[in-house]
Design a protein around this ligand. Structure first.
Ligand SMILES: O=C(O)CCC(=O)C(=O)O
Ligand SMILES: [Fe+2]
Length: 144
């Protein structure tokens, strides 16, 4: 659960730094109808308007790795509101911790070689959480 208190100078702070999620798929509920989630599209930050009773479905880094880059994880960030608090609930879906992940063999061909190295889910998450949230920088360390 993420709680973003109101801030009188939202232009000076970031609620949650830009990042892509480490998991395969994220289901996110924007609980109280306050804008704050933004995705990076073509280099621009685009707000994701909260829709009542709707989940936001985000592709995470593990999905990008397993799909060998076909599904790209989405870079996003959380901004704050000058007057109102904001609450979101994120649920993160990943394979078993012991699983080894990497590009699916059926997607690796002479024309499309593996773009990511193989790693256990546990090692991947450990590496991700040992650093700061910095865009897609951690996923970049997985590239071959
Ligand atoms: O608060 C939000 O809408 C985004 C939260 C988020 O990106 C996360 O928990 O990974
Ligand atoms: Fe996230």
């Amino acid at each position: 659960m993420n709680y973003y208190p109101p801030c009188p100078r939202p232009d000076l702070v970031m609620g949650l730094n830009p990042h892509s999620d480490a998991d395969a798929l994220t289901l996110l509920l924007q609980v109280n109808d306050i804008e704050g989630l933004q995705i990076r599209k073509d280099g621009m930050w685009v707000p994701v308007e909260p829709l009542p009773n709707a989940f936001v479905v985000n592709i995470g880094d593990l999905m990008e790795m397993v799909s060998n880059g076909i599904y790209r994880s989405i870079e996003h960030r959380g901004t704050v509101n000058a007057l109102k608090e904001r609450i979101s609930v994120a649920t993160f879906y990943s394979p078993n911790m012991d699983a080894e992940i990497g590009p699916a063999p059926s997607l690796v061909t002479p024309d499309s070689p593996a773009l990511f190295r193989r790693i256990s889910v546990a090692e991947h998450l450990k590496g991700y959480f040992s650093g700061e949230l910095r865009g897609k920088a951690y996923l970049d360390t997985m590239r071959i």
